[in-house]
Design a protein around this ligand. Structure first.
Ligand SMILES: [Cu+2]
Length: 158
């Protein structure tokens, strides 16, 4: 019943920090999470709120992950109710403000997933800011569709 992941050691550090929201400089990363994925699922979306308690705005300029091609996206709904999403080059986090990534708005798109994101695990995403630099944030993988879709996960070795 062991399913040790290739980067389990890298995750140990991240897992240790998951009980509290992470703060770096003036930025706090609140409830970073993503839905669990099914085998062969190639994309997923991640969400969090970034709070800035500092006196200067900061700008999110890039996102990376060791298990996917990650980028900032925004979902827009047009006048006909058709929703589309597109890459966004950067996102400002205002001084003494916050940006919230959530379904229907800004999100972190993870494409070309190289592994299954299993419920209850943590995965590291590295966010790059103009001022705060690179910050690796552990994202918690939620239950997702696991309840509706009963899967036998005995040997998920990828
Ligand atoms: Cu997207």
């Amino acid at each position: 019943m062991k399913s040790l992941l290739p980067f389990a050691t890298a995750l140990a550090l991240a897992t240790a920090a998951h009980s509290a929201d992470q703060t770096v400089g003036g930025l706090t990363f609140v409830h970073p999470h993503a839905a669990a994925t099914r085998p062969a699922q190639l994309s997923d979306a991640g969400y969090l709120t970034i709070r800035n308690t500092g006196d200067q705005p900061d700008v999110l300029t890039g996102i990376s992950a060791p298990f996917a091609d990650a980028q900032l996206h925004v979902t827009k709904v047009d006048a006909n109710g058709i929703s589309t999403m597109a890459p966004v080059a950067s996102l400002e986090v205002p001084a003494h403000g916050a940006v919230e990534m959530k379904p229907g708005g800004y999100h972190i798109m993870m494409m070309g997933l190289s592994r299954v994101l299993e419920p209850g695990t943590m995965v590291p995403l590295t966010l790059t800011f103009k001022n705060a630099g690179k910050v690796t944030v552990p994202f918690r993988i939620d239950g997702g569709a696991a309840g509706a879709m009963k899967m036998d996960m005995k040997a998920p070795s990828n």
